[in-house]
Design a protein around this ligand. Structure first.
Ligand SMILES: [Mg+2]
Length: 208
């Protein structure tokens, strides 16, 4: 099984819908340990992205993600705009010229996505950031592909790993981002960035 560019566009539509539906939850999570704008910011960015998608019907997978990344950088704001925007652009670079994305190439793109967040955010696993959802998801995808699991169930398993990774941020002390200013007071709250990152994988699993 491969993902078509139509599926990638559906992924972005589904991600926008999930973010819109959960914008108040994301903002409430950010209110607890940040500045209460994560849901609002992402919803604004993905709403702008939705308006761009009709112009990308003929684009290759790389252009779809790179254009999406530029849109998110210019519309989301905060720290998550540059992080997600750069991650989309880097993932897109791995997909330039491809109109169909097979499992190995999708794995490369998702690794690029996660590593862009790690590099730009100077973050590692356990810092209570979006990377805590992204890395487990990519690692699960890699393990599933390596053991011959079909792409669709592999993406479902990756989405579960992302959600579990996001939930596992609750007991952590934040070491990066605005939440790190709170130190021990960040304990007991789920990271909003990890939560939105898990929604992106959930959306991909749903449309695959
Ligand atoms: Mg914020």
């Amino acid at each position: 099984m491969e993902l078509s560019t139509a599926t990638l566009l559906n992924w972005l539509r589904r991600a926008a819908a999930l973010i819109h539906a959960q914008r108040e939850r994301l903002t409430a999570l950010d209110a607890a340990i940040g500045d209460a704008d994560h849901g609002t910011n992402l919803d604004r960015g993905f709403t702008s992205l939705l308006e761009l998608l009709p112009t990308l019907e003929q684009a290759d997978a790389g252009e779809i993600l790179q254009t999406s990344g530029r849109c998110l950088i210019s519309t989301v704001g905060g720290a998550s705009g540059p992080l997600y925007g750069t991650a989309f652009r880097r993932a897109g670079t791995a997909l330039v010229g491809h109109y169909s994305v097979d499992a190995p190439r999708l794995l490369v793109a998702t690794r690029e996505f996660a590593s862009a967040v790690a590099v730009l955010g100077k973050t590692q696993l356990g810092d209570k950031t979006m990377f805590d959802a992204l890395l487990p998801a990519v690692d699960r995808l890699a393990a599933n592909i390596a053991s011959g699991v079909e792409l669709r169930p592999a993406l479902t398993n990756a989405a579960v790993a992302a959600r579990i990774g996001a939930e596992a941020t609750v007991p952590l002390v934040a070491r990066r981002g605005r939440a790190s200013y709170l130190g021990e007071r960040s304990v007991g709250h789920q990271d909003p960035g990890a939560t939105s990152a898990a929604l992106l994988f959930q959306a991909l699993a749903e449309v695959a």
